[in-house]
Write a protein that binds this ligand. Structure first.
Ligand SMILES: [Mg+2]
Length: 235
């Protein structure tokens, strides 16, 4: 008779940005380089303006009103419109994606966690990011060998939290039983909502200690990546 698996979650789906990867650091470096290439002496107010422009665009993306291609163009058009910068938004948009792919690095504890889990689990990368950026990061930061499946919204035309996004991941993983799968991510609206929509266990990575929403379906909340190994592998 086959023995029951001693591992609570033999399959783990990881978000990348803000979960394994230091997206904020990557963004700051990329944004600074893009503005410098346009000959702009930049400061924090430029990044603040950029973030103000892009925030509602990301929300529109999650609700399916916008594509990533449109989002990238729109955020640089919006930056130029709101700040009056003398710069080419299309050129900045293209350059920004290139810089994002090679700037920044993993968050503290991320590589150690992946090294631990990859020995015993099947890992998947599930990202609402740009294929060009995330594939570059996988190469530049030596991440590809960890993942049996990679699902990136821009490559499949579906985004978290939509169930069709996870259909792609499950197909790549050979359709594991749902009760064996844990989703780890920082976003309640994409990662956690996606897990709940798809009947998967959800681990909310909440390093900033944001208020815990009274929401059924969040099975675990962690503030450090090092806490995740015990959840996945058991005590
Ligand atoms: Mg994220």
């Amino acid at each position: 008779m086959p023995q029951a698996s001693p591992i609570p979650f033999p399959v783990v789906l990881f978000d990348l940005d803000h979960t394994l990867f230091d997206f904020e650091g990557s963004k700051r470096i990329a944004f600074a380089n893009v503005l410098e290439a346009e000959g702009i002496v930049h400061n924090q107010s430029h990044l603040d303006a950029f973030e103000k422009v892009e925030r509602p665009l990301w929300q529109a993306l999650e609700s399916g009103e916008l594509t990533l291609e449109t989002l990238n163009d729109r955020r640089f058009n919006g930056l130029v419109e709101t700040t009056g910068l003398d710069a080419d938004p299309a050129r900045m948009a293209a350059s920004y994606l290139e810089w994002l792919g090679k700037s920044g690095g993993l968050l503290p504890g991320a590589r150690q966690l992946l090294d631990t889990l990859v020995e015993k689990c099947a890992l998947a990368l599930v990202s609402n990011g740009y294929g060009q950026v995330q594939r570059s990061r996988m190469t530049n930061f030596d991440l590809g060998h960890y993942f049996s499946a990679v699902t990136i919204s821009s490559e499949i035309g579906a985004a978290k939290p939509h169930p069709s996004f996870f259909d792609h991941t499950f197909a790549q993983l050979g359709y594991p039983s749902k009760e064996q799968v844990l989703v780890v991510g920082d976003s309640l609206s994409s990662d956690i909502a996606g897990a709940i929509n798809y009947d998967l266990a959800a681990c909310w990575f909440n390093p900033q200690g944001l208020e815990h929403p009274d929401k059924p379906g969040i099975d675990f909340v962690v503030s450090e990546l090092s806490e995740i190994a015990e959840i996945v592998l058991g005590p």
